[in-house]
Design a protein around this ligand. Structure first.
Ligand code: ASP
Length: 578
């Protein structure tokens, strides 16, 4: 027998028992003729003690048998800290090379080395906690959705391009030379076909693949909780999935979220927070001040479509240097502002700004009043085209929120964003793109504009689309779908997709809609992001057992990698890379 207990199990009540434990040697240290070993498994650490030198090194795998005894100096920080096990017999099950970094709560290893030895990094408690949380949440999802009558159905990975707007990963087909599968960016079309097939309530915890540039919250393959329902309106979908999130918060974190969840229109989110994924844990809302500052002779403002501002509490003491630095910060390409205007609401009641030359103190006071700024606050102003400037103010707002410590990861502020525009005009390519994806339906009351040929009309169409947002991150999104072949064809037409192209890419779904498609809708949640936010982290990497690095590489298995010529030939592939 390898073990009678795990390394996290024994307590003072077990004193006197003879036990067998197996695990890894976290560390061994000698002290006054005794050797103490910390034995670790995924359940915890138990201290072992022996009078002989057992000669074991870090990460050796051992089994011991011995008696549980009360510790002389108890360690209240460890669940097993009241006891230790006096070794009677020790068996080495496997030796280990000295690991390249310490396998502790906080490791001394850098990111690259830990990625190369991911299986060693995964032994560390923080990663084990992360994956345990992920497991817990997946179980919650399954239990909840099963309870609501959802069926988990798998959909294929080797498919055809799906329209989520990213680049596809493709797989060459040996049996069909010169042809390629695309890996799903999501199971979107398949879940809709399942609705046509009458499956009514579908879900899947499923891998999706998007060939995009990577960030802290993006991986080339990631997991969605993908869902679809038939005979539903937006309200039914929001209600069902609010329930799912509520049970996840409650059962995994013990956190109660508001019932019902707040909702905000896309328009209000953009106007007040400069983002379609607002972090509503803190105020610092954006205010338009165009009417107050235009026409006063300051040409920068006079020539701008929109002038907006935020009032940052308690930052009036920012020095010249800090303000210069902040100005450079907003000019970085990631923010993209041309410059920054400030108004300091000094503690002594005076007002000092970078535009004093153009405005009287009364005019600046009127701006401060509009923002409800108080003495000690710093007003930051940006100008330019409306949505672009609001977005920049949104980024600045988040930055100031971070600097002021207003974004506590232990505080959760979920909400729904609704009433998205259906379409987004792109100046560069001079065409509309679907804001969500081309299967999203227009709001019934906006259908008249949807069939209009005027750009202004099409821009006004709102979609039956919704996003679930938590703490400034979009955790999920979906829509009520188009379920009518004619409307779907119209959508492709609006998107500038020719009949032939639509037929080639999506003929199967337009066709399916001709065979009695029920009204349906759904959504998908980013499961990795949910795990990370529930765990209080921004990066999803720790919540994925084997993630890729920023270059999309798995440095442990050294992938992607070259394939040999035989395989290339079989696939009828030729490389232009020497
Ligand atoms: N397939 C969509 C996505 O991946 C979600 C949905 O509309 O259900 O974003």
């Amino acid at each position: 027998m390898y073990r009678t207990h795990t390394c996290g199990q024994l307590r003072i009540a077990d004193a006197g028992q003879k036990v067998t434990l197996a695990g890894w040697v976290q560390k061994a240290r000698k002290l006054g003729g005794m050797t103490f070993i910390d034995l670790r498994d995924r359940y915890g650490i138990t201290q072992l003690v022996t009078e002989e030198d057992p000669g074991v090194g870090r990460e050796w795998v051992i089994r011991i048998t011995g008696e549980v005894v009360e510790r002389q100096s108890r360690n209240p920080k460890m669940p097993t800290g009241d006891i230790e096990v006096k070794i009677e017999k020790l068996t080495v099950l496997n030796k280990a090379q000295t690991p390249p970094f310490t396998i502790e709560e906080v490791s001394d290893g850098g990111e690259d080395i830990r990625a190369k030895y991911r299986y060693l990094d995964l032994r560390r408690a923080p990663l084990q906690r992360a994956l345990a949380l992920r497991h817990r949440l997946a179980q919650e999802v399954r239990t909840y959705l099963d309870g609501q009558g959802f069926m988990e159905i798998e959909t294929p990975y080797l498919i055809k391009s799906t329209p989520e707007g990213a680049r596809d990963f493709v797989v060459p087909s040996r049996m069909n030379p010169g042809e390629f599968y695309a890996l799903p960016q999501s199971p979107q079309t398949f879940k809709q076909l399942l609705m046509v097939a009458g499956y009514d309530r579908y879900f899947q915890i499923v891998r999706c693949f998007r060939d995009e540039d990577l960030r802290a919250d993006r991986q080339p393959e990631f997991t969605q909780i993908d869902c679809e329902m038939s005979f539903v309106e937006q309200e039914d979908v929001l209600d069902t999935f609010e329930g799912m999130m509520r049970s996840m918060f409650k059962n995994a974190l013990g956190v109660d979220i508001p019932d019902p969840l707040p909702r905000m229109s896309w328009n209000d989110a953009m106007d007040n927070y400069g983002s379609d994924k607002p972090d509503v844990r803190f105020e610092m809302k954006i205010h338009e001040i165009s009417d107050l500052v235009k026409g006063c002779g300051f040409s920068v403002f006079d020539g701008s479509e929109y002038i907006g501002a935020i009032s940052v509490p308690g930052c009036a003491e920012y020095t010249r240097k800090q303000l210069d630095e902040l100005t450079e910060w907003v000019k970085r390409p990631q923010v993209g502002a041309k410059g920054l205007v400030y108004i300091k609401m000094n503690a002594d009641g005076t007002v000092k700004s970078s535009i004093d030359k153009f405005y009287t103190p009364e005019q600046l006071k009127a701006v401060a009043d509009a923002l409800q700024a108080k003495a000690g606050d710093l007003i930051l102003v940006l100008c330019g085209p409306k949505r672009k400037t609001q977005t920049q103010l949104g980024v600045l707002r988040i930055e100031m929120g971070n600097r002021l410590g207003l974004r506590d990861p232990k505080v959760f502020a979920p909400l729904w964003i609704v009433d998205f525009p259906l379409l987004e005009w792109d100046d560069e390519t001079q065409r509309f793109y679907a804001m969500h994806h081309p299967f999203t339906s227009p709001k019934p009351e906006h259908e008249k504009w949807f069939y209009s040929d005027k750009k202004e009309d099409l821009e006004r169409v709102c979609a039956n689309a919704y996003d679930f947002v938590l703490n400034g991150t979009e955790l999920g999104g979906g829509s009520i779908r188009i379920h009518n072949a004619d409307m779907q064809s119209r959508m492709f037409e609006v998107l500038g997709i020719s009949r032939e192209e639509a037929e080639y890419k999506f003929g199967f779904i337009i066709n399916a809609f001709k065979f009695g498609a029920p009204p349906h809708g759904g959504l998908a949640f980013g499961f990795d992001r949910i795990c990370a936010l529930f765990g209080g982290q921004e990066t999803i990497r720790d919540y994925i057992a084997f993630p890729k690095n920023n270059q999309g590489r798995d440095v442990m298995i050294e992938s992607p990698s070259k394939i040999d010529q035989v395989q290339m030939d079989e696939l009828c592939l030729q490389s232009t890379i020497k």
